[in-house]
Design a protein. Structure first.
Lengths: 305, 298
């Protein structure tokens, strides 16, 4: 293999791995938007809380208290992060989305979640301090080599876990009764209500699923990013871009856009330097809004006039 | 007549403030407060009166600060000339953002304007030959040497901006903006050129934010990109919402309360910033009209 081909293959793999992490974060945003037409700005902080939960679950509980091997401790921590994410989802639904849902205003829930975000971020700052935590994943130590292409065990784990999560979500939405009911609520909340579906319950369920995904994404991101109380924000800002590029509320589009942004990021690091990543992604976003505001995959949506 | 009386009381309060709380530290907070009032006024025109969810105000605040400082330090312009250029430049950039904004609504606009703020922040960090990047610019002098002087200057400007904006929202232009906020389609069907007026609101809002930015570096003495993180857009929004958006006095009250409240809670250390978040959420949930609503209800 030539140098260039090896380089391109290597960066594409890095890109897909990064992209999977972004998809895990962005999927939650898009799911909530799909059924509720709302944005959860505190999603970023759910990611960060997930990362910190995983850190303490892996290092304190898993290996120290239970005496598990490193790898098992880390895998266990993924589920703790998933659980705390789900709890945060329950909480924000009860506190913000459910009470404000009936007033039919798109501005207020958004602003309320900005408030929750500032609150959570500073609560974590008070608890954990601004100094970055060293979160070592045992999988990051393993390096797998294919000719001249390298990747870590962590990247394999990330791709496998996100593929499983996306697959489970797809199967749930496609084949289960609850999934069907959810899609019905997303299409037309009132009619779904008339068919005996409880929209409030299903919207709550969606927010819990979305937040659980965010928590788990945090556990996967923890060892990759600089783990501070502000860690989630930088990722979620990109996830917002991904959700728009993919088309708000469009799950397929979000997955494609997430992987695409991951690959673009990997090549930006290679050729332009890591400082310019956000710049490139957001210029792409603004360009996208000019050329194709409905996202990569256009979905027809009637608007009430 | 009552309007004039209220305005007279406001001028008296503004004039008396630095003598009521006369320690140097609190006088510094007063300067900050006057700046925040300007920022809240600018955002209120866009979000409160025109109903456009703009999360990019921190970018215009940054442009005012950086443009003025660079023109004065590197190109040796006169401060006031530089300030005027910075405000006009931000207004023009506001028009550029409006080019996106007029096509987008609600959440799309929120994310696009957030993107604009992220891009501006990244440019400040990366364009080191001009902005010095994260190293920052040091030793910036204020336009007037004393803190009290600086306070009177900014508060005076804030009063003028308030006066002008109050007249604007009472004029037919104000009705037009409110019509766009309430129902853009109906407004358009009545012949309102909504794109034009939204662009106008964005541009004026951007100019006012830049006007606050003009004085920021001289007051702090240093200029680093982190002062203009997107969190700044959120704190401006908190002021507008907590005070009561879509009213003139509301954002002013919000700015004053949210400037002084964290200072009073300084003893709690890190927890003080949580106040912003908590106040924002609770106000939206239980007091959607802000503090102003509370005063009206009696």
């Amino acid at each position: 293999m030539s140098d260039l081909a090896a380089l391109i293959a290597q960066q594409s793999i890095n890109g897909v791995y990064l992209g999977c992490l972004y998809v895990m974060v962005a999927l939650g945003l898009t799911l909530i938007y799909g059924v509720l037409n709302q944005i959860n700005f505190a999603h970023a902080d759910f990611v960060t809380v997930g990362a910190f939960t995983a850190f303490f679950a892996a290092t304190r509980l898993g290996t120290k208290m239970l005496g598990l091997p490193d790898a098992a401790g880390y895998l266990l921590s993924l589920f703790f992060a998933l659980g705390i994410g789900a709890l945060l989802g329950l909480a924000i639904n009860a506190a913000v989305f459910a009470p404000l849902r009936e007033r039919g205003d798109e501005l207020r829930p958004l602003i309320a979640t900005i408030g929750v975000s500032v609150l959570l971020e500073n609560a974590q700052l008070a608890l954990f301090g601004p100094i970055p935590y060293q979160f070592d994943s045992p999988f990051a130590r393993e390096t797998i080599r294919f000719g001249r292409i390298f990747f870590t065990g962590q990247s394999v784990l990330v791709v496998v876990v996100s593929a499983l999560a996306i697959g489970a979500l797809y199967a749930f939405m496609r084949f289960s009764f609850w999934g069907k009911a959810l899609r019905a609520v997303a299409q037309d909340r009132e009619t779904a209500g008339l068919m005996g579906i409880n929209p409030g319950l299903l919207i709550g369920l969606t927010i819990v699923i979305a937040s659980a995904l965010a928590g788990m994404a945090g556990a996967l991101l923890g060892p990759v990013i600089v783990l501070t109380p502000f860690a989630g924000a930088s990722v979620v800002v990109k996830a917002f871009a991904i959700v728009i590029i993919g088309g708000f509320g469009n799950v397929q589009g979000t997955i494609i856009a997430g992987i695409l942004v991951g690959i673009i990021e990997a090549f930006t690091v290679q050729y332009l330097g890591s400082g310019l990543i956000d710049l490139v992604v957001f210029v792409l976003l603004l360009a996208m809004l000019v050329v194709r505001p409905t996202g990569l995959i256009a979905e027809r949506k009637e608007e009430n006039v | 007549m009552r309007r004039w009386a209220y305005f007279g009381i406001a001028i008296a309060l503004v004039a008396a403030a630095p003598w009521l709380i006369a320690t140097p530290y609190w006088r510094g907070i007063l300067v900050l407060c006057a700046m925040n009032v300007l920022l809240a006024l600018g955002l209120n025109l866009v979000i409160g009166y025109t109903g456009q969810l703009n999360l990019g105000q921190s970018a215009f605040f940054a442009i005012g600060a950086y443009a003025t400082t660079i023109l004065v330090k590197t190109y040796h312009w006169n401060f006031w000339l530089a300030a005027g250029a910075a405000v006009i430049g931000a207004g023009v950039l506001g028009l550029a953002l409006a080019a996106f904004a007029v096509r987008l609504r609600g959440h799309y606009l929120a994310i696009a304007s957030l993107g604009f703020a992220v891009i501006t922040y990244q440019v400040l960090v990366n364009w080191e030959s001009v902005t010095e990047g994260v190293r920052g610019i040091y030793g910036i002098l204020p336009p007037v040497p004393s803190t009290v002087g600086l306070y009177y200057l900014i508060a005076g400007i804030a009063l003028i901006v308030y006066w002008l904006m109050d007249n604007l929202v009472r004029s037919p232009v104000g009705d037009t903006l409110r019509a766009i906020r309430e129902d853009e389609v109906s407004a358009a069907s009545l012949g309102v050129k909504s794109a034009l007026w939204k662009a106008f609101a964005f541009s004026v809002g951007a100019g006012v934010a830049a006007l606050a930015g003009v004085f920021y570096p001289g007051f702090v003495g240093t200029l680093v990109p982190d002062a203009f993180n997107i969190i700044e857009s959120f704190t401006m929004m908190a002021m507008v919402i907590v005070g009561g958006m879509g009213t003139m006095i509301g954002p002013v009250i919000g700015a004053v309360v949210l400037t002084f409240l964290p200072e009073l809670l300084r003893g709690f250390g890190e927890l003080r910033l949580m106040v912003y978040g908590l106040a924002l959420t609770l106000v939206v949930l239980f007091m959607p009209g802000g503090i102003v609503q509370l005063a009206k209800r009696k």
